[in-house]
Structure formats: structure tokens, C-alpha cells
Design a protein around this ligand. Structure first.
Ligand SMILES: Cc1cc2nc3c(=O)[nH]c(=O)nc-3n(C[C@H](O)[C@H](O)[C@H](O)COP(=O)(O)OP(=O)(O)OC[C@H]3O[C@@H](n4cnc5c(N)ncnc54)[C@H](O)[C@@H]3O)c2cc1C
Ligand SMILES: Cc1cc2nc3c(=O)[nH]c(=O)nc-3n(C[C@H](O)[C@H](O)[C@H](O)COP(=O)(O)O)c2cc1C
Length: 600
């Protein structure tokens, strides 16, 4: 008898098959028979409640009878799950879906869209996309290449492919779930057969995503399972954090400094957090989710506009738990439904609501369209307050049980009102040294340092510099031999050069090999990091040719796209390539996981 009896087509993960083979492979005939009887006993017990004790007690007898194994299970059917993620939500859901799929006689293959080849789509029989939208309706940075290929002329036909799309997004953005919507439409256009209707999820996605996965799996599962009454409950909402090591943790603020000079028109706060006991086990490239509170003065204005100033419990709830600033189309629709406000209904009917929303917040809606409101109305029109992510700007090897963050204060004026970001405003205006905050670790295995002997190029203007402070600290602490090149940019050299002394020291002690800076407001003509990349293109391509990793962190809307476009231009110029060949050179860096982005 073969010592590797579990076929790879079995409905288990490869690592589970390996474990099973390790146990079952060398088992004696008596051990196998006992196991068969034991499992049969368990199934019988599950089918007939109350017989559990009897059934399992009967297992040895069953072994003595040495039953013939039941007819082999129908081979598991393949399922391809592609995820497009930036901050990990879609990836986690893809992995949850794969686990649930295995229980439904499906054999899932989970693919990061960053690694997706179009040929894999055409050969998939059952296909699921779980895709997040970033920037302003853009695909996550790592998915840009494959997304472009899917939308491009060379995309394969998908006749015979059954598909479903789960879209992740944020109703605060004008192009809500735009990428998921476009992928869904494209798969159909290419001839695929939609067998699960797309669901568009907001930031509180756990419950709708769990339901969609459940329904999609039932539709995709091989006929025998779909027809059976076996329901696989996937409780995503109640799922415990994959590891308690992620937190949330309470941390004390031991340093809080504005790194910009008093004459700068920006405020960028360096925040040092100290943990009681061990710090979260973070790595350079990871982020922390910070749980902020709303500005109490804003909440008071909101309650005044709503005529609810005397409700202290409501005030506390809104300050701590509700997103009281975002104004989405969905919020306006809910407001109209709950209150029946005639003018709000008219605004929606006019098709101009989205335009009206731009630059406004919930308070504008209530002030402009006042009506008698209850606390329940306010709770229904708002969603839960989400934590905000911040790249960790330190290495544990250098700072011990601390974590440092770099946070830019969001302040702007619109429609005659001074506004500020919830979390950055909380840090800038409410937090003080000695206070406690809650944070949760958000690991990012896609933005990690390579081996210490590899060269790295880091492009991080503004707060994009944060993870590179962690990279440089880590490289110093590990005596890394690879070269490190940093591109930094901000407005003015004198007022906005974040961590200037630290970079100078790093250049001296060798943790940093080279640094190029671009200060956009020091010269009549605005100079940005991408302009420096262009000026240094010959050296840069030489570094990349010798295997350097290219990292980009910071603004997703303009900077990340401009940097990528400039790199394409640099390849074309230095190597005399056509635009298509230069684009392929950058796409090859993506494929090799040497073009890594963490943009927001
Ligand atoms: C993985 C990751 C890492 C990050 N790392 C960092 C980091 O290291 N440092 C950092 O500072 N940030 C970082 N961010 C961004 C951070 O999470 C927050 O998005 C940012 O601090 C703003 O949050 P807030 O609560 O202060 O503002 P919010 O309350 O969320 O308000 C921001 C919103 O205000 C509106 N707005 C802003 N400016 C204007 C304007 N001029 N006109 C009209 N409307 C405007 C926009 O709708 C915008 O979406 C990161 C994000 C991610 C996803
Ligand atoms: C900087 C930034 C830009 C975003 N842009 C959009 C957008 O244009 N449309 C949208 O629906 N969601 C947008 N989102 C929300 C994300 O899609 C949402 O947080 C999603 O859950 C992220 O999934 P992921 O962790 O798999 O990347 C944006 C989020 C951030 C932080």
C-alpha cells in the first residue's frame, strides 16, 4: 500500500494534506481501520444527536469489524480566488473564503492580483475576485499591472468561466468600489458567466462580505454540495483577531513633536508610543491602526444643529464611536428616508447630490436641511468610526518596546468652515504627552525589507518617509551590507525637512548610502521627487539592473503615479527602449516583487 494515501485533489489545504499524510501514511492497517470507524462514529453522532457517546465508544468495535472504506469522495473542483489589496482586507477575506471553500468540496487557489497572469484566468472554471479600490477609483498599487492587462485588448476570452466579484471600498469616495465594479463588468464582457451578483462593501465590510462569500460558495460549489442541505456557516463578524498579538494595545505617548518649523504652513507630528510590556511584534513596513476620537467641539456643533444638545450619552457615543464627519451619498439617502425632508429628496432627485456633497460634511447637511431629529436618526445616518492607519517609523531593534509614527495634520477650509481630519486632528489638537491611546498592528508582508545584502531605493516624500526611517534603523541595527538610496521631498528645505539630522547621521554612519531631496517651493519651478529620479536616471537604472528593490510610499493620488511614469520614461531613455518595452521593464519589477508600494 502506498505510504502517501491522501490525493492532492482532496478538499484540504496542501499543508493539511501533508499533515494527514504524515499520520495516515505510515499507519498500520489496525490504526487505519480504527480511524475509519472513529470518523464514521463521529458522523453518525452528528447525524443523530444523543448518540455521540455511543458512537465514539463503538469506534474500537467498528475497527474490529474493519469496514471497507466508503466510496472515495468526489474529487474537489478547482476554484480560483484572486484578491487585489493594499491594506490587507481583501487578502484576509480571500483566505477566509478559501478555508470555507475547502469544506464544500472545492479546491481553492488564492492568487494575489500582483502575481496574476492572464492565462490563469482563461483556464479557471470558477473564478472569484475580491478587489479593493484605492486612490480615487484606482486599483491597489500592486495590482496595477494585472488590472491594466485585464482591461487591455490582449485580455483572454472567458467563455465557460463562472465568476463572482466582491468589491471593497468606502462610501466616502466618489468612485465607490469603482475597481470591483469595473472588474465585474469586464469579466462579463470577456464572456464569463456571473453566477453571484456583486456586492459593494463599505468600511464595515465583515458582515456583508461574510454573507456574500457564503452565497457565492453555495452557487459555485459542485452540484452535490449545492443541492445538499449542508450549510457552512462562515461567521466573519465574530471572527477573533487572527492573533492576539495584533492588539488593540494601549500605549502611552512619550513624545509628541511637530517636526515642521513654526514658519511652515504644515504640521507633521512625530509621535512616540511606549507599551507596557512588549511592543506589538511589528516589522519595518508594518502600520499601526490608531483609534481616534472626534473633536468634541464639532460634535457639540452637530448636536446643536440637530437640536439634541441635552443628550449626554449620545454626545459621548458620537465622540467615541460614530463617523460624524463623512458625508456620503448613502448618508444623504438615509437622511432623506428617515426624515422625509422634501428638499433633500429634491436634491437627490436632481442628480446633483454627489456634486453638492464634495467638500461638505454631515454637519453641513443638517445645518442646511434642518428637521426634527432623534439620537437614533444620527446613529443611523452615521457609520462606525474607523481607526486610521499610520506607517510605523521605527525599528524595534533600535527603539525597543516603542513604536514611532509620523502624522500630518489635515486642515482645510471649505464652504466657509475650518475643517480638520478626525485622527490627525485628534493627535494635533487633543493628545498630550503622558496620555494613552489605543492602537492595533496592521502587518504588511508586501512591503518588507529584502535580504540585508540587497540594494534598496526608497521614494518617500512627505509622510511617505515614515517606513523608510524604520528601514534605515533596521539596516543599521543588522549591519546590512546592501546599498540604500533615499528620495525625499516636501515644500521647503528650511521648514519641512523631516528628520533632517537623522538622515545626515545615517549618511555618515553608512546606514544610508545616498540621498536626494526635492523641495517644491524653494525654486520658482516646482521640483518633486520624480524630477530627481529623472536627473539620476542613469545611476538609478544601474542600481535596478544590479537587483535593487524599488519602494514607494506616500500619496497615491498623484505622486505614486508620477513616480511610476517617470521610471518608465527613465528606462526608455537610458536603455533606448520603446514606451511599451519600458513599461514591460517596470511590470517585470512588479512581477519580481521588486517594485513595492505602500500608498494612500
Ligand atoms: C497603510 C496606510 C498608511 C498610512 N500612513 C500614514 C502616515 O504614515 N502618516 C500620515 O500622516 N498618514 C498616513 N496614512 C493616512 C491616514 O491613515 C489618514 O488617512 C490621514 O491621517 C487622514 O486621516 P484623518 O482622520 O486625519 O482625516 P479624515 O477625517 O479621514 O479626513 C480626510 C478627508 O478629508 C477630506 N479632505 C482633506 N483635505 C481636503 C481638502 N483640502 N478639501 C476638501 N476635503 C479635504 C477628504 O475627504 C479626505 O479623505 C496612511 C494610510 C494608510 C492606508
Ligand atoms: C487613501 C485611500 C483611498 C481610497 N480610495 C477609495 C476609492 O476611491 N473608492 C472606494 O470605494 N474606496 C476607497 N478606499 C477605501 C478602501 O477600498 C477600503 O479601505 C478597503 O477596505 C481596503 O481594502 P484592502 O485592505 O484590501 O486594500 C480608499 C482608502 C484609502 C485609505
Amino acid at each position: 500500500m502506498s505510504s502517501w494515501p491522501i490525493p492532492t485533489a482532496a478538499p484540504f489545504a496542501p499543508e493539511e494534506i501533508e499533515i494527514l499524510n504524515r499520520v495516515v501514511g505510515p499507519a498500520t492497517p489496525v490504526q487505519r481501520a480504527w480511524l475509519a470507524g472513529f470518523l464514521a462514529g463521529l458522523d453518525a453522532a452528528a447525524a443523530a444527536p444523543g448518540t455521540a457517546v455511543l458512537a465514539s465508544a463503538a469506534a474500537p468495535q467498528a475497527a474490529a469489524l474493519a469496514p471497507q472504506p466508503a466510496a472515495p469522495a468526489q474529487p474537489a473542483e478547482p476554484l480560483t480566488i484572486v484578491y487585489a489589496t493594499e491594506s490587507g482586507n481583501s487578502e484576509r477575506l480571500a483566505s477566509d473564503m478559501a478555508k470555507a471553500a475547502r469544506k464544500m468540496n472545492l479546491k481553492p487557489t488564492v492568487i494575489d492580483m500582483a502575481d496574476l497572469e492572464m492565462s490563469e484566468l482563461a483556464s479557471a472554471k470558477r473564478l472569484v475576485f475580491i478587489a479593493a479600490t484605492w486612490g480615487e477609483g484606482d486599483p491597489p498599487g500592486r495590482a496595477v499591472r494585472a488590472y491594466g492587462e485585464l482591461m487591455g485588448e490582449a485580455a483572454p476570452r472567458l467563455e465557460g468561466v463562472q465568476f463572482g466579484v466582491l468589491a471593497l471600498g468606502d462610501t466616502a469616495y466618489a468612485d465607490f468600489c469603482g475597481v470591483g465594479k469595473k472588474i465585474d463588468a469586464r469579466l462579463e464582457q470577456l464572456g464569463g458567466k456571473r453566477i453571484a451578483d456583486r456586492v459593494d462593501c463599505d468600511l464595515d465590510f465583515e458582515e456583508p462580505a461574510g454573507k456574500w462569500i457564503d452565497g457565492a460558495l453555495k452557487a459555485l460549489a459542485p452540484a452535490q454540495d449545492a443541492a445538499s442541505s449542508r450549510v457552512i456557516a462562515v461567521d466573519f463578524g465574530a471572527k477573533p483577531a487572527p492573533a492576539s498579538e495584533l492588539g488593540p494595545f494601549e500605549a502611552e505617548i512619550i513624545e509628541l513633536t511637530d517636526l515642521n518649523s513654526s514658519q511652515s504652513n504644515k504640521e507633521t507630528y512625530h509621535l512616540e508610543l511606549s507599551f507596557e510590556g512588549a511592543a506589538p511584534q511589528y516589522k519595518p513596513g508594518d502600520s499601526l491602526d490608531l483609534y481616534a476620537e472626534n473633536d468634541p467641539a464639532y460634535v457639540d456643533d452637530l448636536l446643536k444643529a440637530a437640536g439634541l444638545t441635552s443628550d449626554a450619552a449620545l454626545r459621548a457615543d458620537l465622540v467615541k464611536n460614530r463617523d460624524v464627519t463623512t458625508l456620503s451619498l448613502k448618508a444623504v439617502e438615509t437622511y432623506a428616508e428617515l426624515t422625509g425632508h422634501q428638499y433633500v429628496k429634491e436634491l437627490l432627485a436632481s442628480g446633483k447630490a454627489r456634486e453638492w456633497i464634495a467638500g461638505r460634511q454631515l454637519i453641513d447637511l443638517i445645518q442646511q436641511f434642518p428637521i426634527a431629529l432623534t439620537g437614533d436618526h444620527l446613529r443611523k445616518v452615521t457609520r462606525p468610526l474607523s481607526p486610521r492607519a499610520y506607517s510605523i517609523a521605527s525599528s524595534r531593534r533600535e527603539v525597543g518596546e516603542e513604536a514611532h509614527l509620523l502624522i500630518s495634520a489635515v486642515r482645510y477650509e471649505s464652504f466657509g468652515r475650518a475643517r480638520k481630519g478626525v485622527a490627525s486632528g485628534y493627535v494635533a489638537d487633543q493628545l498630550k504627552k503622558g496620555q494613552k491611546v489605543r492602537v492595533k498592528l496592521r502587518p504588511n508582508r508586501h512591503f518588507a525589507l529584502p535580504a540585508p545584502d540587497q540594494d534598496i531605493i526608497m521614494v518617500g516624500p512627505g509622510t511617505g518617509i515614515a517606513p523608510f526611517r524604520a528601514f534605515v534603523q533596521e539596516r543599521r541595527a543588522t549591519n546590512a551590507t546592501g546599498r540604500s538610496w533615499l528620495f525625499f521631498g516636501d515644500r521647503q528645505f528650511t521648514h519641512d525637512f523631516l528628520y533632517q539630522l537623522e538622515w545626515q547621521n545615517a549618511l555618515k554612519d553608512g546606514a544610508l548610502t545616498r540621498m536626494d531631496v526635492a523641495f517644491s517651493r524653494d525654486t520658482p519651478e516646482k521640483i518633486y521627487v520624480q524630477n530627481r529620479i529623472w536627473e539620476r536616471r542613469h545611476d538609478l537604472i544601474e542600481w535596478l539592473d544590479s537587483g535593487a528593490y524599488f519602494y514607494v510610499c506616500g500619496d497615491a493620488k498623484a505622486m505614486a503615479k508620477d513616480v511610476r511614469a517617470m521610471l518608465v520614461k527613465a528606462y526608455a531613455d537610458v536603455k533606448g527602449l520603446s514606451v511599451e518595452a519600458a513599461e514591460k521593464a517596470v511590470a517585470d519589477l512588479d512581477r519580481a516583487h521588486r517594485y513595492l508600494t505602500d500608498t494612500y
